[in-house]
Design a protein around this ligand. Structure first.
Ligand code: URA
Length: 247
């Protein structure tokens, strides 16, 4: 009948919408494999282009980086933020089913100083509940070895604790591997850790994939190479220096 054909069309349209929503959560090809996801979004490409340009001044660099961090964090927590189901009273005297972020399970965000801080600037506007644990590393320019000068990670970590680490540039992977190893040695699990970075390169990705299957990395771009000084090419230069105008 005409009515049942119309209802079948409605069902088909609805199931298309549902499928599109489910697809928005990226999955690795095999369950125990690291996922690297570069969301194909024009705004992400736009802010990355500003960061790459050598003519972008520090103030603009910082705000582009913060904006990119906001978009990448939004993607990274899509299937990560713990939620609770409640009911809320609307101004019309009606009751609506509601999903809210769980205030008892704040995401533990870990900015790697200096530049990771800029990526997190807008995180408080993306996630209603979060705790911040700063870590700071310096890289020896000759050996490219990273050494910690600040570590505010919690002494004890439960395997269920959710971590979001921000570091704009994953080049050789030396620093990020140390931070994740530290979280895991305190009791954390790689599957409960997400990394947000602006640009990543194959050496870092290989190290992370070998050591931490189950990890998820969200980035604007995978670049091709790292030069002998540890810079990503084409990259965007030294993210910390550019964000803070350090000569
Ligand atoms: N850190 C940076 O700031 N830039 C790079 O290209 C690599 C590491």
């Amino acid at each position: 009948t005409r009515r049942s054909a119309a209802s079948a069309r409605r069902v088909a349209r609805v199931s298309l919408v549902v499928r599109a929503t489910a697809d928005a959560v990226p999955k690795p090809k095999k369950p125990q494999q690291m996922l690297v996801y570069a969301p194909p979004h024009p705004l992400i490409k736009h802010w990355l282009a500003l960061l790459r340009s050598e003519y972008t001044p520090p103030q603009m660099f910082r705000s582009a980086c913060a904006e990119l961090g906001r978009l990448l964090i939004y993607e990274a927590v899509r299937d990560f933020l713990p939620t609770i189901e409640q009911q809320v009273q609307t101004p019309l005297g009606a009751v609506a089913d509601a999903t809210l972020c769980d205030p008892t399970k704040p995401i533990k965000v870990v900015p790697i100083l200096r530049a990771g801080l800029v990526l997190l600037e807008q995180a408080g506007q993306v996630m209603p509940f979060q705790e911040t644990y700063h870590v700071g590393y310096v890289r020896d320019p000759k050996t490219l070895q990273a050494t910690a000068y600040l570590n505010k990670l919690p002494a004890k970590v439960s395997p269920d604790d959710l971590f979001l680490i921000t570091d704009p540039m994953l080049a050789t992977g030396g620093t990020i591997v140390q931070v994740i190893e530290d979280i895991v040695s305190r009791g954390g699990k790689a599957e409960n850790i997400r990394v947000v970075a602006v640009v990543v390169a194959p050496p870092a990705l290989k190290k992370l994939a070998d050591r931490f299957p189950g990890l998820k990395v969200y980035t604007a771009m995978i670049d091709e190479q790292v030069d002998e000084r540890g810079y990503i090419i084409p990259g965007l230069g030294d993210a910390g220096d550019r964000a803070y105008g350090t000569p």
